[in-house]
Design a protein. Sequence first.
Length: 152
Amino acid sequence: MCIHFFYNLGGFGGNMNSFTRSVDLLHRAMDVSSLRYNVTANNLANAEVPNFKRTSVNFESELKRALESEENSKDDFRMITTDSRHIESVTPRDYRDVEPRRVLDYTTTTKANGNNVDAEQEAMEILKIQLNYQLLTQMQSFQFSQMKTVLK
């Protein structure tokens, strides 16, 4: 989930480059939580619709890859290209270019009517998303309170 991801990457606290970057990452995580909530609520609402297939949201794995590519490229040798025919060195992926991706699970079928939504699992997922969002807002509040302390 998102919270675990941010603790592992140092998104909470001083390991990130700046206050702005930390707040931006938290803001993005909150946006993804909102999208995930809407997608999961849609799954739950369609739990009895024949042939409906559940959707999930992928984001954290791609964000982690982008942040790791930035970190790994700090010490890399970069070639300067002066001609369009030159081979460019690998450039790190900017984390701001990572977008959440909706993934349709069309390979499984849970019910005889072709629907693959487990209402209990979706309801639990909604609770996890709500708790995650609350924690993200607390983390963002903490970031701003730290900045307020510094500015005093």
